[in-house]
Design a protein around this ligand. Structure first.
Ligand code: ADP
Ligand code: MG
Length: 236
């Protein structure tokens, strides 16, 4: 579904990513892990076309190589002002409609927003202010936004940070349900290694280049994993 070959990113004189190669298969959930500053977000931005790179990033679906893909993206820790009067409905209207949001939502648009939120079981959040949502609720709303239009691949940058343990479980179950229902691939970064065994088909440990990849068990029990996180005093 997504193939990355010889990907290198240089910012100024610093090499952020060096000769990275990976493959996200169709329908697969792939977790990208690594210490802070390892280049995880940079890699996702390169895939999104927001970061200049050398190398090859290509997409394909069975029978349709190099087709233009729709990518759904949930960025890392977006900040919303708690006092901001924007509601969830307003946010969707800003993204989905040309009509100025301050004029209010048409009935049709409101129904569209409800349909989008239903994908994440979040219809009841429609009139809540964005700044008052819990970490888990905000991630669900951003996920619903990333699913409109339905993407071929969903990219999430640390969706579990700022989410409590119960919210994490809900979100991961939801992502699992979504990828099966809509048959899409998911590439996500995380520091929450506890859920990798249950949910990730493939885990990739990155630290400027690919250190190790395989099943969750293979990566979490590897010497590379111990070395990278012990040396860097990373996220565990
Ligand atoms: P991660 O997401 O794994 O924590 P990032 O991809 O955000 O890591 O960053 C990797 C490295 O690249 C860091 O050292 C960061 O400071 C550097 N970096 C990222 N974006 C920029 C930028 N726009 N300008 C300069 N350095 C950057
Ligand atoms: Mg990051």
């Amino acid at each position: 579904c997504l193939r990355i070959q010889n990907l290198s990113v240089k910012i100024g004189n610093e090499t952020i990513l060096n000769n990275v190669g990976l493959h996200v298969h169709c329908g697969e959930m792939v977790a990208l892990i690594g210490p802070n500053g390892a280049g995880k977000s940079t890699l996702l931005k390169a895939v999104l076309g927001q970061q200049a790179y050398n190398g090859v990033i290509s997409f394909s679906t069975p029978g349709q190589r190099h087709r233009k893909m729709i990518i759904g993206y949930v960025p890392q820790s977006p900040n919303f002002d708690p006092g901001d009067p924007i509601t969830v409905a307003d946010l969707f209207a800003c993204c989905m409609s040309k009509r100025p949001t301050f004029l209010g939502l048409s009935k049709k648009m409101r129904n569209n927003v409800i349909s989008c939120l239903k994908r994440v079981h979040g219809e009841d959040l429609i009139d809540k202010r964005i700044g008052t949502l819990s970490g888990g609720e905000l991630q669900r709303v951003l996920l619903a936004l990333a699913l409109e239009p339905l993407p071929n691949i969903l990219i999430l940058d640390e969706p579990l940070s700022g989410v409590d343990v119960e919210g994490m479980q809900t979100l991961m179950d939801m992502l699992d349900e979504i990828r099966h229902t809509y048959d899409l691939s998911i590439l996500m970064t995380t520091h929450d290694f506890g859920m990798l065994n249950t949910y990730a088909d493939q885990v990739i440990l990155i630290d400027r280049d690919i250190v190790c990849q395989g099943t969750a068990k293979e990566v979490l029990e590897s010497d590379d994993f111990r070395r990278v996180f012990h040396r860097k005093g990373g996220a565990i």
